[in-house]
Design a protein around this ligand. Sequence first.
Ligand code: SF4
Ligand code: SF4
Length: 265
Amino acid sequence: MAQETSSKTKKSSGRTVRLRVHRQDGPHAPETKRVEEFEIDWHPQMNVISALMEVQRNPVTVEGKTVAPIVWESVCLEEVCGSCTMLVNGKVRQSCTALIDLLSPNGEVVDLAPMSKFPLVRDLQVDRARMFDDLKKVKAWIQLDGTHELGPGPRQSPENQEEAYPLSRCMTCGCCMEACPQVHEGSNFIGPAAISQVRLFNLHPSGKMHAAERLETLMGEGGVADCGKAQNCVEVCPKEIPLVDSIAQVSRQATKQMLFGWLLK
Ligand code: SF4
Ligand code: SF4
């Protein structure tokens, strides 16, 4: 028989989960900044997204106040799209794979906050547009010109594929940007994700054709030389992308381009 799911009626298991949510009504409403706590019934295999969905069904705080439903972003629910990235207990990660049983084995409060390095949209949702704009800036694609049949491109060796595959797993989640001390309001550092994509597309036998253009976008202010080498990025990347290697490689490519690029023009 189906059980009632009101958060006011405790489930027969008696186990509950408490979420502490850092909220704000909009990007220009700092006066609405607040922290609200919610208590919901525990379910097996619960993750942060399913917990937030439970609150959404009945958005009542622990004080019994009915509030606006919490806003967050999520799409794939399998750590592929990166859209549900937030600070879970202070650590930047995808909330779809953040399991409640691991976060709160003894009923500890689970703290949820939006990433701080991106403009806030509302509550737990931020705008990661700058990352997509940066991918456009560095031409993170293989350029095909013309509408006619171009024929097969150069073959990609197995060694090249092996180096490229881990880099291709980037999901533009923003964890590396959030952790990087060089990414802040006063800097225009492009950040590790876009730099690593330059390595990926410069590696590709067809992508190589536009390597110089990609490198030139990383040679000025905010480019690869602004990395402080703190290596926080590689620690938090959920896809274990070798970001520090990418930064070192792209930095060497950029230096070569700066010294000898004119010879190739
Ligand atoms: S190594 Fe560079 S990109 Fe990575 S966190 Fe440090 S400063 Fe940022
Ligand atoms: S490099 Fe890693 S942490 Fe950075 S955006 Fe890509 S997947 Fe996320």
